[in-house]
Design a protein around this ligand. Sequence first.
Ligand SMILES: CC(C)(COP(=O)(O)OP(=O)(O)OC[C@H]1O[C@@H](n2cnc3c(N)ncnc32)[C@H](O)[C@@H]1OP(=O)(O)O)[C@@H](O)C(=O)NCCC(=O)NCCS
Length: 228
Amino acid sequence: MLTLEEIFPPFALTISCGALELRVLRDEDLPELVELVRGGVQPPGLPMPFLTAWHEEPYAPGSPDGFPTSSLRWWWTQRATCAPEEWRLALVVRRHGELVGMQDMHAPHFAQTRQVLTGSWLGRAHQGSGTGTLMRQLVVGLAFDELDAETCESGYVVGNHASAAVSRKVGYVDSGRRRRVQQTRDGKVGADEQRVVVTPATYVRPYDPMSATGAEALRRFLGIHRTS
Ligand SMILES: CC(C)(COP(=O)(O)OP(=O)(O)OC[C@H]1O[C@@H](n2cnc3c(N)ncnc32)[C@H](O)[C@@H]1OP(=O)(O)O)[C@@H](O)C(=O)NCCC(=O)NCCS
């Protein structure tokens, strides 16, 4: 009988460096993930970091609305829509085995664009200790070293100094601003988003060596042909 990893190769991917390990979200991770969100994500006094305030939905387990149902739809969508034309990887981040946050990778038309878009967050208790920088370094390293991406792009709401600092430390440079609409708990508001981009030439690698297993099967599953 086949293993789950053989049936769905993204599950075989492991990216690690020191105490940090990134793997595609599995249903077994969900109880820990829900608890982490309940502990808080957004630091007080900083702008709402996301396009939708999913982390502030009323806690209503088992209900068709509210959290976690609203977030489950999104997390499962990332898995359900993972295909060569447009792939999404929702990676759970564990530090010393504890689930501390999520790092997403998204690539529409990767064969043509060779570009990966990323987004991430950490539980409040796990912010400010270098984890946000390291997890971004790991997915950018995977994109460049294993998937032959040419650029990785990200963005943050102007005023999100932690996210700006992570981008700067990983070697991203500014690539323009755009107006976005954020769905907050109080309704829709306009916000300025700073776009940032990193290339292999500017990428700052983690201090310790990183390793990635399962990349070859992932490339095959995502239809990625190596460029060199
Ligand atoms: C953004 C986030 C992922 C960064 O991860 P992190 O682990 O907290 O960041 P790090 O510890 O790696 O810090 C990176 C840099 O940001 C700086 N930083 C952290 N918080 C800061 C703040 N509130 N203001 C200014 N700088 C800050 C750190 O000093 C560090 O720079 P330094 O090493 O030069 O001192 C995390 O803070 C988070 O999840 N925030 C809430 C959700 C969010 O904003 N997600 C991003 C959406 S774009």
